[in-house]
Design a protein. Structure first.
Length: 288
């Protein structure tokens, strides 16, 4: 008897014979995932490439220190450096000092001192502890690269004081010291023009007078203990309250060092008036 449906075809597919492109359903189902694997691999590579590009772009931004300076990093926008230290890093004229143009090693060391508690300031301690060591380094580099020129008002005030400022008790103490009391001249470490010497001896010229006096008081009270050899601790405790105030005012009026060249990351495309940092002063010629 001839079977009505003909002989069974081993390996016949759903759409015809093996010759025409058939194949068992099991074989086709098994093969389906293998067809999807190249697409899945391609998608993975695309995602990986995007992730690498994003990380590279982010790394370039973070390396300038601009991210921490303008956003505050993990400390939040309210604690961003520019809130107190100004867009140009010139400080607020009171308790927040200028950062622009200070030594990179000094700036980094101060953030580390705040993070460890060797330098006391509730707000700065809180911020520094939320920055990674890399963040402290990069944001310090950002401000160290900023150009600095004394504000026009400060320069005018220093000029108006004239010779009397250079011969008064504070000037003599700063420039010559007091051998009878074992006080070496401030100029030995901080420079005759207040320009600073290396990472351990910061620039004083152009800093707010009140801030400088506050730091001497902090040394006296041992609220600041990040000075190698405790030199500032010993010196500050030999000063009278009048001398502390006088030295702060005198050092503040010093011209400081020559402005350092700014990096592209530290320059601004537009100049805006900002009473916090005297940004209303004329910008240096050639600044972008």
């Amino acid at each position: 008897m001839i079977p009505l449906h003909g002989p069974a075809r081993t390996g016949a597919g759903r759409f015809g014979t093996d010759r025409i492109g058939g194949g068992s359903e099991e074989a086709m189902i098994t093969a389906a995932p293998s067809r999807r694997r190249p697409l899945a691999g391609l998608a993975f590579l695309l995602l990986a490439a995007c992730g690498t590009a994003d990380r590279t772009a982010a790394d370039r931004f973070v390396e300038t220190g601009q991210l921490v300076a303008l956003s505050g990093g993990d400390a939040g926008a309210a604690s961003a450096c520019l809130v107190c230290h100004g867009v140009d890093g010139r400080g607020n004229g009171a308790g927040a000092p200028r950062l622009a143009g200070l030594d990179l090693g000094y700036l980094t060391a101060q953030l580390e001192a705040y993070a460890s508690g060797r330098r006391k300031n509730a707000e700065m301690e809180w911020i520094a502890k939320r920055l990674t060591p890399a963040d402290r380094q990069t944001v310090s580099a950002y401000y160290a690269a900023m150009p600095y020129q004394p504000a026009a008002a400060a320069a005018a005030a220093a000029g108006a004081a004239g010779a009397s400022a250079n011969t008064g008790p504070a000037a003599l103490l700063y420039q010559r010291g007091d051998a009878a009391r074992g006080l070496q001249p401030c100029a030995v470490c901080h420079g005759a023009a207040g320009e600073g010497v290396g990472a351990g001896n910061p620039a004083l010229g152009g800093q707010p007078a009140g801030y400088l006096s506050e730091q001497l008081i902090a040394w006296q009270k041992s609220e600041r203990r990040n000075d190698p050899g405790n030199v500032m601790l010993e010196i500050s405790r030999k000063l009278t309250p009048g001398e502390v105030a006088g030295l702060g005012a005198y050092a503040s009026g010093l011209p400081g060092g020559l402005p350092r060249p700014g990096s592209p990351a530290a320059s601004r495309s537009a100049h805006r008036d900002d009473p916090r940092n005297d940004a209303s002063a004329p910008r240096p010629r050639g600044a972008e």
